[in-house]
Design a protein around this ligand. Structure first.
Ligand SMILES: C[S@@+](CC[C@H](N)C(=O)[O-])C[C@H]1O[C@@H](n2cnc3c(N)ncnc32)[C@H](O)[C@@H]1O
Length: 189
């Protein structure tokens, strides 16, 4: 089974399911999130999926029942992930790269900082590899700029001056970048 932990509206849950289906597989796919509203959208996007309102810290799953757990910009519950991922199974952790949304941050802050990136070890897992995903996006109107800003952590902590600067923009090109870190569940002795 594939579990999207903190799946939100199921964008990646659905992407994974369809990519694997196209590759000839028939993955049982599930998602959990605290937001009932987001899950309603996820269930519409992927009617084949199983979605449940739950905390990532208390997953409603039996031990060793998950083959692949993905965590994309959602809270990390490493101990709980180790409980549900089967020995030999996988945990994929997406983290922002140092200059993710750099040009947006240059507008928001006089001295933007790079995201700290360290390769963490989690008990019960062995880090295996990381893949970089990088690009630039073009936002062509204020609504899109503010919508993107609104789903970032900066929406909670940017001083008014920075928000005002951003709200003046009619378009924005900004870098995006992620690291996909692959961890394998160790086989219990
Ligand atoms: C930034 S969104 C990412 C959503 C999705 N993974 C994506 O990339 O589209 C973070 C999600 O984590 C969920 N979330 C936050 N805390 C949570 C928790 N303790 N348990 C379950 N979900 C949580 C939020 O409701 C939100 O949908």
């Amino acid at each position: 089974m594939i579990l999207d932990s903190g799946c939100g509206e199921g964008y990646y849950t659905s992407g994974l399911f369809h990519a694997l289906t196209q590759a000839g597989l028939t993955p049982a796919t599930a998602g959990v999130d605290l937001s009932k509203f987001a899950l309603r959208r996820a269930a519409k996007r992927l009617p084949q999926g199983e979605f449940a309102v739950a905390s990532v810290y208390h997953l409603p799953l039996s031990p060793s029942s998950v083959d692949l757990l993905v965590n994309i910009f959602s809270p990390l519950a490493a101990e709980e992930f180790a409980r549900v991922v089967r020995p030999g199974g996988w945990f994929c952790y997406a983290v922002p790269s140092p200059r993710h949304l750099w040009e947006m941050k240059q507008i928001l802050y006089p001295q933007p900082y790079e995201n700290p990136v360290k390769q963490e070890e989690y008990p019960g897992f062995t880090w295996q590899s990381a893949q970089k995903v990088q690009g630039t996006i073009h936002l062509s109107c204020r609504e899109d700029i503010l919508a993107l800003f609104g789903i970032t952590p900066y929406a909670w902590k940017t001083p008014k001056a920075g928000r005002d600067q951003l709200a003046k923009l009619e378009e924005l090109d900004t870098a995006i970048g992620f690291g996909l870190h692959w961890y394998q569940r160790v086989t219990d002795q």
